[in-house]
Design a binder for this molecule. Structure first.
Ligand SMILES: *Cc1c(COP(=O)(O)O)cnc(C)c1O
Length: 475
């Protein structure tokens, strides 16, 4: 084997590797054992020394000094124990960002979840009767009170809610869906695939841009298990378009004796126009129009934890509850406790915009966002040094998660225009900060929309971590 001439033969090189025992006596390794335990440290040391032996066998380099080996093992241990899921600053301008965790819970809901996770509770226990209870009961009462629905059942998320609803009412039969509503929501939620996964057959109705009531009338027959209406939450078809109203569709469904299932996706529990936001369909409207079951998410506009909610006719909901799928899709106690707390806020809509973080962020006035950006501009400019020019610019936030797809909310951003480094490099350095900052690259600049930097504490930690370093050193 070729090897540099100045390297000693393999046997001698191996003897230069310190023993495991010797490394275990190193003060820094001892401290690592005290923190992380002997098993992990020993496993990583052995693995490192195996790699070292293999490297020396190749003759690629000389043996590493013991100090370097200790550095290396500490780095490996750190890589194992460092949390993978970390806090970030969401400065993308998308409030309900699916990749960044969607809705942020109010403090009271977080506390309720923590209590439920740490202590026993009456999760499925009827305290009055001393017997087994129903886990959804804790929130069903509130959901029905807020939406006026007869009954409600919960699933792990809205995809699960749609699966449960269709798998219960239409398994083995056809589900009629307009071709204009065969949407993909992102990730792997595609209506044709969900219909199939629920054990139903897709019956396409009408065309992409225009579907008429007569198309549904022709499609619905003895094979039909349900008519599904899907809110086109993440796109809009404009121009020469037509689709029957929900009430018309409900009348047809009733006349033919098939249920109408309406998937709202986000589904707001309040009229958002009250706060000057664009209107988003509510489950109350769908129920009033005559939908038999309505599905929506817990962590989109509702502002709660990940969950899927089905509201609708008592008899249908009871069948969904008995479906074995329900057990597979059930919600855990922490999220149930958080959801109950969030739903309670809806009993006092006048104070909802102060108490529900999602709504608070959505209604945040542009002037206030611009003021945040102005306060932080100098700190960001100092971090960039001569490698970029930072100013405060108008921008437009989005609600996100498919809600209100075409509407934009006026906002303000720190715009970082590169002057040396590239926009992609700057964005990457921002993501490498201790609390990663996630912005948006657009028009060859990095945009940090300050809408979601909404508390004095967040502003302070954002600025503090910039003061600890700089773009130039980070390179
Ligand atoms: C978001 C969405 C879903 C999926 O909801 P999850 O809670 O993410 O599972 C389904 N349908 C529509 C129309 C949606 O917008």
């Amino acid at each position: 084997m070729d090897r540099p001439a100045d390297l000693p033969p393999a046997g001698a090189r191996f003897s230069a590797i310190p023993s495991v025992d010797r490394l275990l006596r190193d003060a820094r390794v001892e401290r690592a054992i005290a923190r992380h335990g002997r098993a992990l440290v020993l496993a990583e040391l052995r693995r490192l020394l195996d790699d070292e032996r293999a490297a020396l066998e190749d003759g690629a380099r000389a043996a590493a000094a013991p100090e370097a080996l200790v550095d290396a093992v500490l780095a490996r241990i750190d890589a194992v124990v460092r949390p993978s899921m970390r806090r970030v600053f969401n400065l993308t301008g998308t409030v309900l960002h699916t990749n960044l965790g969607r809705a942020l819970l109010p403090r009271a809901a977080v506390a309720a979840a923590a209590r439920a996770l740490a202590r026993p509770s009456n999760l499925e226990y009827d305290l009055a009767r001393g017997e087994r209870g129903e886990r959804d009961a804790h929130v069903e009462r509130l959901i029905c009170r807020i939406t006026g629905a007869e009954a409600a059942v919960l699933a792990n998320n809205n995809a699960g809610a749609v699966l449960l609803a269709l798998g219960t009412v239409a398994a083995g039969r056809e589900v009629a869906v307009s071709r204009g509503e065969l949407v993909e929501i992102g990730g792997s939620f595609r209506i044709p695939e969900i219909v199939e996964a629920a054990g139903c057959r897709l019956r396409e109705v009408g065309t992409t841009n225009r579907t008429h009531l007569a198309d549904y009338e022709r499609a619905v027959g003895a094979q039909t298990g349900a008519i599904l209406r899907v809110h086109a939450s993440n796109y809009a078809i404009v121009g020469f378009v037509a689709t029957p109203g929900e009430a018309e569709l409900a009348r047809l469904a009733r006349a033919r004796g098939v249920p109408l299932v309406s998937d709202l996706g986000s589904g707001s529990l309040v009229d958002l126009t009250r706060w000057g936001l664009p209107a988003e369909p509510t489950p109350m409207q769908s129920l009033a129009a005559g939908a038999d079951a309505v599905t929506f998410s817990g962590d989109k506009l509702l502002g709660g934890p990940q969950a899927g909610i089905v509201v609708g006719r008592r008899e249908l909901v009871a069948r969904m509850r008995r479906n074995p799928l329900k057990r597979a899709l059930r919600l855990d106690k922490g999220r149930l406790a958080a959801l109950e707390e969030v739903l309670r806020l809806y009993l006092d809509p006048d104070r909802l915009a102060e108490r529900l973080p999602t709504l608070r962020l959505l209604v945040r006035p542009r002037a206030e966002i611009a003021a945040t950006a102005e306060r932080l501009r100098a700190a960001v400019q100092a971090w960039c040094g001569a490698l970029a020019v930072v100013d405060v610019a108008d921008c437009a936030s989005q609600v996100g998660s498919g809600s209100l797809p075409v509407d934009r909310l006026p906002s303000a951003a720190l715009r970082i225009a590169p002057a040396g480094a590239s926009a992609a490099q700057i964005a990457s350095r921002l993501r490498a900060l201790p609390i990663p900052v996630v912005g948006r690259v657009h028009d060859d600049a990095v945009w940090l929309d300050c809408r979601c930097l909404a508390s004095a504490a967040d502003e302070a930690s954002f600025a503090a971590q910039l003061r600890a370093g700089g773009l130039a050193e980070a390179r």
